[in-house]
Design a protein around this ligand. Structure first.
Ligand code: PAF
Length: 285
């Protein structure tokens, strides 16, 4: 098993990458906040199929957390993360400290516009400004040929895609499928906050998405009716608190009234005190 090299400074990262670029290898990049699971590893494997050299960043970005969110308790498991990355194709891990990422006087941020304002953006003001800013910084630091993002964070994917397009970034943005536990729960670093009971209750997210799929397959096209039934499924979990359940256009993320073309079912639900998100594509016949 090949253990990826760990660097923690921008200078060391650049030095490594200058040497890689000289050999003409394609560079793939997987940005993460650590607490890695199979979902992240699938991104690394996807990167490795297209790129000879794969960089993974591990950085819990304070700018994408709201004041009442879980920044301080977010799991930091660098040693375990590096062990997981060994053997799945990562060549270099970049784990910068806060002072390396945001140097004194840092003042610039990236606003991506309407796509970043709704759903997660509305519930977590400033979240996507933080995400876009750190992703742009990381892309400038690594200068990869391609960067890989999981579709569980569907809105994040669109925000990053919009930014990359609008700002003419040379990196290709690659969406990768959501990885699920055998029972359907989408893998997330936050799943580890759940108690065994919460873990069982969290299945209502996946069940409600399946309900939406089933209704669409049966010919239901009324979005309000589908959302109502999805909410009913979620409400069977004792601790569930729905933030939003929506059926949206896959490009604009605006709510649809009728499911007549490809549509994304999008949801955010608190189970116990853990906020989980998930989504799936609905394809009416
Ligand atoms: O998806 C994540 O883990 C984070 O939002 C990202 C893209 C690494 C930016 O901090």
């Amino acid at each position: 098993m090949k253990t990826p090299k760990l660097v923690t400074t921008l200078a060391a990262l650049r030095e490594e990458l200058v040497a890689v670029r000289r050999t003409g290898q394609k560079i793939g990049f997987v940005p993460t906040m650590g607490a890695l699971h199979e979902g992240h590893l699938s991104l690394v494997r996807a990167a490795k199929t297209e790129c000879e050299f794969v960089v993974v960043s591990i950085y819990v970005n304070p700018k994408q957390f709201g004041p009442d969110e879980d920044f301080s308790k977010y799991p930091r498991t660098l040693d375990a993360d590096c062990e997981l990355l060994a053997g799945c194709g990562a060549d270099l891990v970049f784990a910068p400290a806060d002072k390396e990422m945001y140097r004194p006087g840092h003042a610039t941020s990236v606003d991506v516009g309407a796509i970043a304002q709704r759903w997660e953006g509305a519930s977590r003001p400033g979240h996507f400004r933080g995400v876009a800013t750190v992703v742009l910084k990381l892309l400038n630091m690594v200068r990869p040929d391609a960067a890989y993002f999981g579709l569980k964070d569907a809105q994040q994917m669109l925000v990053v895609h919009r930014m990359a397009h609008d700002l003419d970034l040379p990196t290709a943005i690659r969406p990768c499928p959501t990885v699920r536990e055998p029972d359907g729960l989408a893998m997330s670093s936050r799943n580890r906050y759940l108690s065994p009971t919460g873990r069982k209750q969290a299945l209502v997210l996946w069940r409600s998405l399946q309900k939406a799929r089933q209704l669409v397959e049966q010919g239901e096209s009324d979005a309000a009716a589908i959302v109502r039934q999805m909410r009913t499924v979620i409400e069977t979990a004792e601790t569930a608190k729905i933030d939003y359940v929506a059926l949206v256009d896959p490009e604009t993320l605006e709510s649809v009234e009728k499911v007549v073309g490809p549509t994304v079912a999008l949801l955010a639900v608190k189970i116990e005190n853990t906020r989980l998100i998930d989504n799936c594509m609905l394809m009416p016949k």
